[in-house]
Write a protein that binds this ligand. Structure first.
Ligand code: GLN
Length: 454
């Protein structure tokens, strides 16, 4: 009830939520009854949870921020939602996002932007700006996000929260409305590293409904975070910094905060090691071929017949109806990427664009492999700038895309990455995050290191 009251008080300004549950209090009361009856419930039982609208839910609409899915009710819950409910978490509502998770500011939502609680004139990051803002504004203690190129970590960076993108395959994508299937991962957003770890323990692990789900047995991430908070894990830790990633393009306060974090780690016994990742700088270019290609294919299912909205065209053919529906239902950024993707995949261009991008992806994976032969984790600033003003980059897609220079290579390589708050930028007093990246399957290492620095 306290969180619902908080939402009622501030969400008119923040607009983190697209839908607030009308039965969260009943669900919470039921958890209380079960606990009173002596049932053993997990650590997160009774904790409210905000859910990014990319994740389908049976009891609330799921729109993925798009008009084309307005009011859509799913016949099933995403696996991560089902697992959260089973663990006794209480879904509070669905959070705002850029349409189909395409964006870095939540301004591409068909339902209006979310505002950054630190400064309502500024963006909360994207695409998961709603989840990050909900956590930062104390509307929810925990949230679920999805990260295809940075959509959990970049919003965490600009809102002073923690956001984790797990190893590809570590968390089920079943019921996460697909953007780019080879890049998408679901993950937690929270105010502390331990909170994210606890939620990751609940949602992670093998799911037969997701063909790319890993069958690994995972260690307890909460145990890793607790160990990090108490232990001496920074002593002797080898932290890689990428030589090719100099200060160019980074806001002064972001670079300063990054260097201060490195100095703090060094003082605690970590060794800072320069590593080379020569192909890192081609990540954004490769991503904006691979992502639109996969997205154009994934979004073909919004054909006016199977899901959501339909615009009738009197006397028109099925194709006329499909075209009119997609024209009215999709926003400009979605159309831009569908056009880019179908072009990149078309006969005659496939090898030159999509094929080349896949080769760059392999080179980036090799850069990470070589770096991780020398270091335990890699550190980068989570994003180049602090929260920018609403509208500032809306009409300049390239500037918008460059927000993800340090997060995108992590998705291309399939490795885990976490953004944790590293302080405030001196020039504007806005939050800054530091990103840590680990080898595939070493998610626990990120919780250990993140908690140690917190
Ligand atoms: N900002 C990136 C994009 O627009 C990342 C999105 C995401 O991670 N879903 O594609």
């Amino acid at each position: 009830q306290a969180h619902l009251d908080r939402i009622a008080a501030v969400d008119g300004d923040v607009h983190a939520f697209l839908h607030v549950s009308d039965h969260a209090v009943d669900v919470a009361a039921d958890i209380d009854r079960r606990r009173a009856a002596g049932e053993e419930l997990g650590e997160l039982a009774g904790v409210p949870l905000a859910i990014k609208d990319v994740l389908v839910t049976t009891d609330m609409p799921s729109t993925s921020g798009s008009k084309i899915l307005e009011g859509y009710m799913s016949p099933y819950d995403a696996t991560v939602v089902a697992r959260a409910r089973a663990a006794g978490l209480v879904p509070l509502g669905k959070t705002n996002m850029d349409e189909f998770a395409m964006g870095s500011s939540t301004e591409h939502s068909a339902y209006g932007p979310t505002h950054n609680p630190w400064d309502l004139d500024r963006i909360p990051g994207g695409s998961g700006g709603g989840s990050a803002a909900a956590v930062a504004a104390f509307e929810a203690p925990l949230a679920l996000g999805s990260d295809t190129g940075g959509s959990i970590r970049q919003p965490a960076h600009v809102t002073g929260t923690v956001g984790m993108k797990p190893t590809y395959g570590g968390v089920s994508r079943y019921g996460a409305i697909a953007l780019a299937s080879s890049l998408d991962q679901v993950g937690p957003v929270s105010r502390t590293v331990l909170d994210s770890a606890l939620l990751h323990d609940v949602i992670g692990g093998h799911d037969p409904h997701d063909a790319t789900s890993l069958t690994d047995a995972w260690p307890s991430f909460a145990a890793a975070a607790r160990e990090g908070a108490t232990g001496d894990v920074l002593k002797g830790l080898k932290v890689g910094v990428i030589r090719e990633l100099d200060d160019t393009g980074f806001q002064k306060g972001v670079s300063e905060s990054f260097r201060a974090s490195l100095a703090a780690m060094e003082a605690a016994g970590a060794e800072i090691v320069e590593v080379s990742a020569p192909h890192f700088e081609y990540g954004v270019a490769a991503y904006y071929l691979i992502l639109p290609a996969e997205a154009s294919s994934n979004l073909a299912k919004f054909d006016s017949v199977r899901f959501g909205m339909r615009v009738n065209v009197p006397g028109g053919t099925v194709e006329d109806v499909m075209a009119a529906t997609r024209d009215a239902g999709f926003g400009d950024e979605v159309k831009r990427r569908v056009i880019l993707g179908t072009y990149a995949l078309s006969a005659g261009y496939y090898d030159a664009y999509y094929g080349s991008a896949q080769k760059v992806r392999t080179l980036i994976q090799r850069d990470f492999d070589e770096a991780f032969a020398q270091v335990d984790v890699i550190a980068t600033p989570s994003a180049p700038t602090t929260a920018f003003r609403l509208g500032e980059k809306l009409n300049d897609p390239i500037q918008m895309y460059l927000n993800d220079v340090t997060t995108i290579p992590v998705n291309l390589a399939g490795v885990p990455g976490i953004s944790i708050p590293s302080g405030l930028a001196a020039e504007d007093g806005l939050p800054v995050g530091i990103q840590f990246v680990a080898p595939a399957r070493e998610d626990a290492r990120l919780y250990r290191v993140g908690a140690a620095l917190e």
